[in-house]
Design a protein around this ligand. Structure first.
Ligand SMILES: Nc1ncnc2c1ncn2[C@@H]1O[C@H](COP(=O)(O)OP(=O)(O)O)[C@@H](O)[C@H]1O
Ligand SMILES: [Mg+2]
Length: 318
């Protein structure tokens, strides 16, 4: 019998989160980009294939987890892969869980001295006073589920009397939400790639088109709805500072191999860290692959690097 020389990759995609379609679109691109002479790729969808994955775990060399949002980007799948002794790309259980929860991530940023907009966290059924919150944070405010992605369940509140409804809406997606100070400015996102040491990639500026109050779901996934400029046309000191913050966020959240940190450059020139993504979108035109390309790393090579780092970092408890 000839032993399979190709690396056997489990592409874990789909899932049950609000970002299922985004995941499946990325998975198709990964299948297209990985060299079939080097990799044999088998898909597993956590919505239907968890038992099959467990049964076939000994036939898998490495996993590529392309799931966004809860039960994918939050450490749960990563924990299962640890138990099954399967290496996987990107961050481990702790980092994934911390980064996915916006309240926890912001608490970590604060502790590391990383500027992040002021916020309050509210639990389901908790009493709160809209006027106290708006006095503290000012208007407008952003309301977001603690655990979610792709701007799902989020809204801008411009009038105090709209706060309750926005909170109720966000609470449909998670039992904890945050209300955050709104930062007016330009949106930058900073990729980080590598193990020892991780390095900052060129920044991307994201400019949602007219009709989008912020980088919402439609602006993210409707072709042409958003302009993306890479490298971001900002001055060199701003680039350097934003890259430092992306690296600091990666470190503060104990992330591994890659991440993408969203920031806002306010009108006075200060940078604010909004959140960090541990499994950024992975089509060739997604933000992280664009940034890698600007650093000379084409999409297929980026995927290979992530798989190589997965094998290298396995069981190092990073
Ligand atoms: N505090 C804020 N001030 C201004 N805009 C914000 C703020 N927080 C989020 N946004 C806008 O909402 C978008 C999505 O928010 P983000 O926290 O990155 O959530 P997600 O995990 O859904 O990407 C951002 O890309 C930005 O356009
Ligand atoms: Mg974001």
């Amino acid at each position: 019998m000839i032993r399979e020389k190709r690396l056997r990759v489990a592409l874990i995609c789909g899932g049950n989160s609000a970002e299922r379609e985004v995941s499946l679109a990325g998975a198709r691109e990964i299948e297209k980009a990985l060299d079939p002479a080097k990799y044999s790729v088998v898909r597993f969808d956590p919505a239907s294939d968890l038992e099959t994955l467990i049964k076939h775990s000994h036939e898998i060399d490495v996993a590529f987890v392309l799931l966004h949002g809860p039960y994918g980007e939050d450490g749960t799948i990563q924990g299962m892969l640890e138990l099954l002794n399967i290496p996987y790309q990107g961050s481990g259980v702790l980092g994934s869980a911390m980064a996915m929860n916006k309240h926890m991530a912001k608490t970590q940023y604060m502790q590391a001295g990383i500027p992040t907009p002021d916020w309050v966290m509210i639990k389901k059924d908790q009493n709160f006073s809209p006027s106290e919150i708006s006095k503290r944070l000012g208007l407008p405010m952003m309301v977001k589920p603690c655990i979610q992605g792709s701007s799902v369940g989020m809204s801008i509140v411009r009038r105090e009397r709209d706060l309750r409804k926005a909170i109720e809406q966000a609470l449909e997606f998670d039992h904890r939400i945050i209300v955050e100070q709104f930062i007016q400015g330009r949106e930058l996102t900073g990729g980080v790639l590598g193990l020892d040491p991780p390095r900052a990639l060129p920044l991307v500026e994201v400019i949602p088109g007219e009709g989008h109050e912020f980088f919402d779901y439609e602006a993210k996934y409707t072709p042409g709805a958003t302009r993306e400029l890479c490298p971001a046309p900002v001055e060199e000191p701003v680039t350097r500072k934003a890259q430092e913050l992306a690296l600091a966020a990666h470190e503060a959240l104990r992330l591994t191999a890659y991440s993408r940190t969203d920031m806002i450059l306010d009108e006075s020139g200060s940078l604010w860290v909004i959140e960090t993504n541990t499994i950024p979108g992975m089509t060739p035109t997604s933000l992280f692959p664009q940034a890698a390309k600007a650093a000379g790393i084409e999409f297929p090579r980026l995927l290979e690097m992530l798989l190589e780092m997965a094998v290298k970092a396995h069981r190092q408890c990073l």
